[in-house]
Design a protein around this ligand. Structure first.
Ligand code: DGJ
Length: 729
């Protein structure tokens, strides 16, 4: 068992291969957080906590006149409310008498083998070969009888600890939850910490930002109804000294696709508190007696090996313990071509088949029909919600179209945007009350569409039925699931006034139910997530989809930053990446090298390519397949930082056994008569010898990593290189 309860010291120590996490039922039964970091023995480290009389930091009543005991200066595992701790609270309960208070004390704990599950929310799972254990600690407020159950999952080998929370109303009157964080992590001194986050915008998702902790609350979150383009539910706390290759790094990845919040507070005594969970904005959840509320899971990791070490932990874990699809490891992902940038909504069956035929010469396995095939859909003013084939465009019918594609020995894929409705649609005309519109007000339009109220069971059932009908009707191999706006006008016609504060969260619960009912009943279909690019690219989505569209921005030079930022937490095999017409001056080969940092595919009108270009594509598709086992299963290294001034961007994949590696380089800037530059691979076996691109001469891993590979300067702008290294046996 990876979890030790020390009866005498009342400590719980959670051990993974290289880390320990410790908490203690301390003074007055408050659950104190003692430690998270490199492994320590089962030793009570509460001696770190010094107690002083801190002015204006209140003392709980039970401490009588012990002025030195204040929750304001105690590291807590889940902070209480109105108990003299003025830092960000983990929970805000509005009791039935209108009081705002929760005084949780540890009353019970339970250790079990295996990993806990959540009933309403996605979470990571343990495979048969994993050693995973669960700790549950119950905090009880004696007055209200409200319980908070803290769940900890320990994955020993993976060096991962997960946390989640359940709130149970054990009282006999309803209560309201105004805030429920899933994580509270207190550090006794955090003044030398930096906070790294992945902010962005449409077309430029997950750029990397690093800031020093200062004395205020750094809030990173979303109130857009989705995890958003603008922020990502992943943050890192690292030492000021931490670099790509070494230094302390804590990662926190929230498994939630709706409004979220990560709040990092450096307080008056330089204590650092990180809270993470559902964003409390416009959140008010009624909990009747006996009801349970679940907060989403946070997946935590610690390493002393810098950002690379942290990324490796997440990449390995998310590749094996997150997504349930067979396309994760049993079946190779296909090379696809998507119709969007080739035809937008202006197509018919004949045009699609022509594109597919041309794509056949490019080594494509899968043809994807994007937006525009259903309802009345010639532009973005109409059709959403009517998931029936538009036979004035697909004149031969879906069946026949799929058959024609299959006859080319290609698979067929299709696009949906289930969560949205157009006013000009049969669905809206039949069920205007299914759209999110506040009575008496006109809803905000975005891309001319309105969100459906997915908190409603009837809406969920309609979507499950209409999408499943299409999927069951034809031989569909792939689905792209899109959502193209942020939520506004949060309202459900199905809920009474006092429950409107639940709609944001209920929407996400409804969405997960719909996804489960569609995805799990179609295990042979490859699903790809999308939200106007990478607007909802989060760990919870990767529980459903093995891949997610990184961005609508296909410019290969911008993509270098997009892939770099995304790779901090999400493995490159989840990153949807295509070659398109975007980036006029960038050679096709370079676009392909960039797309090989992800799932690889095309998004262009194949009929416009010359024979020579088609041949180049054919060769690139072949290379993608050749390197698949390295790029999809190996370790990923960011060799340069594209946000820093530099003339090239480089990255690398290395197989786990260090036998093969693919080093990719894009020359982003050619200075006249500039210095010779070198790319230094990582993760090779120093004493082994490697051939480069099949050369007879070999070089030692040590020399390659320390001296580097010279990058030819005599090349056109935006050239790319791939160095395929193979170890001599
Ligand atoms: C946004 C997506 O990101 C695009 O790839 C495309 O599918 C469009 N939506 C279609 O409306």
């Amino acid at each position: 068992m990876a979890i030790i309860f020390n009866e005498k010291a009342k400590t719980f120590t959670l051990n993974t291969k290289h880390t320990s996490y410790q908490m203690k039922i301390g003074n007055l039964d408050y659950l104190l957080h003692l430690y998270y970091g490199p492994s320590i023995p089962d030793e009570d480290v509460s001696w770190q906590i010094m107690q002083y009389d801190r002015g204006f930091s209140g003392n709980p009543y039970e401490s009588r006149n012990a002025r030195t005991f204040s929750l304001d200066a105690q590291p807590q595992e889940y902070s209480t409310q109105q108990q003299g701790d003025f830092r960000a609270a983990s929970i805000e309960v509005i009791n039935s008498d209108g009081s705002y208070s929760f005084h949780g004390k540890a009353v019970d704990y339970r250790l079990t083998k295996g990993k806990y599950k959540l009933d309403t929310l996605p979470c990571v799972f343990a495979r048969e070969e994993d050693t995973a254990d669960t700790l549950e600690v119950t905090l009880l407020d004696q007055v209200s009888q409200v319980k908070v159950i803290l769940l900890f999952g320990v994955f020993q080998e993976a060096d991962i600890i997960t946390r989640a929370v359940k709130v149970v109303n054990g009282g006999d009157r309803p209560i309201h939850l105004a805030k429920v964080m899933s994580l509270c992590l207190d550090f006794l001194n955090g003044s030398d910490f930096d906070l790294v986050s992945l902010p962005g915008r449409y077309g430029q998702e997950r750029q990397v930002e690093r800031q020093h902790m200062t004395h205020h609350i750094h809030n990173i979150g979303s109130v857009r109804g989705s995890s958003s383009h603008q922020q990502n539910p992943f943050v890192i706390l690292c030492g000021r000294e931490t670099t790509e290759d070494c230094g302390r790094c804590y990662g926190f990845s929230l498994m939630y696709s709706g409004n979220f919040l990560a709040e990092a507070e450096l307080d008056q005594y330089d204590q650092l508190r990180l809270g993470m969970g559902i964003n409390p904005k416009q959140f008010l959840y009624e909990l009747k007696p006996g009801e349970i509320f679940e907060g989403p899971e946070v997946v935590m990791a610690f390493t002393n090996s810098g950002f690379t070490g942290l990324s490796h932990l997440y990449h390995d874990f998310y590749r094996t313990n997150l997504c349930r699809s067979k396309f994760v490891s049993q079946v190779e992902r296909p090379v696809l071509i998507n119709s969007w940038e080739a035809a937008f909504m202006d197509f018919d069956d004949v045009k699609l088949v022509e594109i597919a035929k041309a794509a056949k010469n490019m080594g494509v396995d899968l043809f994807v029909m994007d937006d525009g095939w259903f309802g009345k859909r010639d532009d973005d003013n109409s059709g959403l919600g009517d998931w029936v084939v538009n036979e004035s465009k697909i004149k031969c019918g879906l069946h026949k179209l799929v058959e024609q594609i299959n006859d080319l020995d290609m698979k067929f894929g299709i696009w949906f945007e289930p969560e949205m409705v157009s006013e000009d649609s049969d669905l809206y005309r039949a069920h205007p009350d299914w759209a999110m519109e506040i009575p008496g007000r006109h809803a905000v339009r975005s891309r001319n569409q309105i969100a459906l109220d997915l908190s409603r069971r009837d809406v969920q059932d309609y979507l499950i039925k209409s999408v499943n009908t299409i999927l069951d009707d034809a031989n569909i191999y792939y689905v792209k699931w899109d959502i193209n706006r942020s939520l506004t006008d949060i309202w459900s016609n199905d809920l009474p006034a006092e429950k409107q504060g639940e709609v944001y969260h209920r929407y996400i619960l409804g969405l997960y139910r719909v996804m489960d009912a569609i995805i799990l009943t179609h295990p042979d279909i490859l699903f790809e997530g999308c939200s106007g690019g990478g607007g909802r690219f989060d760990a919870a989505m990767l529980h459903y989809y093995p891949q997610y569209w990184v961005s609508d921005n296909n410019n290969p030079i911008d993509r270098l930053k997009l892939h770099y930022g995304t790779s901090f937490v999400y493995p490159t095999c989840t990153m949807g990446a295509h070659i398109s017409d975007s980036g006029r001056f960038v050679p096709l080969e370079t676009k392909a090298v960039v797309a090989m940092c992800g799932t690889f595919g095309y998004e262009l009108d194949a009929t416009h390519l010359t024979e020579k270009e088609q041949k180049i594509c054919m060769e690139q598709s072949r290379l993608f397949r050749k390197y698949y086992h390295i790029t999809f299963k190996g370790d990923f290294y960011r060799l340069t930082n594209p946000f820093e001034m530099g003339n090239m961007t480089a990255w690398q994949h290395v197989t786990k056994d260090k036998r093969e590696s693919l080093v990719s380089v894009v020359v982003t800037n050619l200075t006249c008569n500039g210095p010779q530059e070198y790319v230094k691979p990582k993760g090779l076996e120093p004493s082994a010898r490697y051939s480069i691109n099949g050369s007879e001469e070999t070089r030692s891993g040590a020399a390659l990593m320390n001296a580097g590979i010279p990058i030819n300067r005599e090349v056109p702008e935006y050239s790319a290189f791939q160095f395929y290294l193979v170890r001599e046996d």
